[in-house]
Design a protein around this ligand. Structure first.
Ligand SMILES: [Zn+2]
Length: 392
């Protein structure tokens, strides 16, 4: 007798190439079996998922979840788990100086599974440009202490998946320290043998310089922004180095956020064959009321521009799990994996979706989160915020 069986749903598990009606049986917090829906099962509890999608617990590859310390921080259980996201990658909100606190108050306390990037600057992203004082993390290059960063990684290696640096003029004394910050982050990544993850936007460095710094397994985020240091030229043609680096194994994350998803570059880039590896939302306190709202809203945008449902699910489950080195545990519903599961309803309706530039398009589908399981336990889900209908 199983603990729980989700019956009759369409199971999409790109990691094993499954897209068909199945029953999903859970036992002891793990996926116990994927079963023919026509064969009766005995379980303590069942959930009828007829007409719904049953997918591996969604993974948001890019969030900021250190509320109360970083002014970007949001609560992962409220903004992620309650919206169907069972695992998140915090994108360098904490650096070495404050990572003990990040572990104690977020990673160890949240029901959401939280993995993290370590910011090269010790103080982390504790302020933004509109706070006083604004502690731009490359304002003083002394903030980027490689030794301290490496020590913090060693102490928390089980939770840290990579080293992050932001290349932006306004957090680095007008760009003065950007090249050195990038070099020091590269050094910390090499010393810890972890991937390097770079955020380039309104940088004084060229995208070529940044991409040349990356190696296979490294990640460039914010791949669809339309500011300085973007992946396309003024005619919206991909720079040749982008294809070259993607072939080499450099990976790309969406990181929608408040400034990095412009319809006017997304479509031409996809048309030219550019393929983002991860559909991270870059959810933070400045965009939970739009235009990001939650991960599934970012997924709806990729459905709207023509990405198939299995491709969207793959880039928010299997590809993220693989990068985190956790393919046997999360991002799949294969028997033995942790029973992190998201149940979605694809609702046909008019769905206004706004990009980071304030342009709204009307999609014809919406993804509603109907149920969510974390390690076999059903957790409460919240509806999408009403605000999505009214702003940005
Ligand atoms: Zn971010």
């Amino acid at each position: 007798m199983y603990d729980f069986v989700l019956t009759n749903g369409t199971v999409i598990d790109p990691a094993v190439g499954l897209n068909d009606r199945r029953n999903v049986a859970l036992q002891g917090g793990r996926v116990a079996a994927i079963l023919d829906p026509n064969v009766p099962v005995v379980a303590h509890q069942t959930l009828d998922c007829s007409g719904l999608l049953v997918v591996p617990g969604l993974i948001d590859f890019h969030v900021h979840v250190f509320p109360g310390v970083s002014n970007f921080g949001v609560d992962p259980d409220e903004t992620c788990l309650a919206r169907g996201v069972t695992t998140v990658l915090d994108f360098g909100t904490a650096g070495g100086l404050i990572f003990d606190g990040f572990r104690r108050f977020v990673i160890d306390a949240a029901k959401t599974r939280v993995k993290a990037l370590m910011l090269i600057a010790g103080q982390g992203l504790i302020s933004s440009n509109d706070t006083k004082p604004a502690l731009g993390e490359l304002w003083d290059i002394a903030y980027c202490d490689v030794e301290g960063c490496v020590e913090a990684v060693e102490k928390h290696r089980d939770c840290v998946a990579g080293i992050k640096v932001r290349c932006m003029a306004d957090i680095s004394r007008g760009g003065l320290n950007e090249a050195e910050g990038l070099r020091l982050a590269r050094q910390a990544a090499d010393e810890t043998k972890l991937p390097l993850v770079v955020h380039p936007a309104n940088s004084t460095l060229t995208i070529q310089h940044i991409l040349e710094t990356l190696r296979p397994g490294d990640v460039l985020t914010h791949c669809f922004h339309d500011k300085n240091c973007k992946l396309v030229d003024s005619a919206t043609q991909l720079w040749p180095i982008v294809r070259e680096k993607q072939r080499e194994g450099i990976q790309f994350d969406v990181g929608h956020g408040w400034g990095s998803f412009a319809w006017r570059v997304v479509r031409p880039m996809l048309d030219q064959g550019f393929d983002p590896d991860f559909l991270g939302s870059d959810l933070h306190s400045y965009n939970t009321n739009g235009p990001v709202f939650d991960l599934v809203t970012t997924l709806e945008k990729f459905l709207h521009v023509g990405m198939s449902l299995p491709d969207v699910i793959r880039r928010s489950t299997a590809t993220c799990a693989k990068w985190l080195g956790m393919s046997d545990e999360i991002g799949t519903l294969k028997p033995g994996a942790c029973a992190d599961i998201t149940v979605l309803d694809v609702v046909e309706c008019e769905n206004p979706l706004t990009d980071s530039e304030g342009f709204t398009e009307i999609a014809n589908r919406r993804l509603d989160v109907k149920a969510c399981f974390r390690a076999g336990n059903r957790v409460g889900v919240l509806p999408k915020p009403d605000a999505r209908q009214s702003r940005i």
